[in-house]
Design a protein around this ligand. Sequence first.
Ligand SMILES: [Zn+2]
Length: 73
Amino acid sequence: MSNLDLETHSINVKCPKCSRIVSETIKHLKNNPVTYCNTCNDSFDVQEEDINKGIDRISATIASLKESLKKGW
Ligand SMILES: [Zn+2]
């Protein structure tokens, strides 16, 4: 099923300590820009820049999805 709700999408952010990629939803990051790394067993701040980059990417994906839906695939 297509998901056109931006906030329910996840973006990948990198842990500043171990460089592990952690997936977190936009909804969560907007409310609280902190996420948890299972490798470090510690939470870290997500940079606003990274959140905005992720939002831009997902917005583009959603926009192209909507285009596809308009065309009826
Ligand atoms: Zn880590």
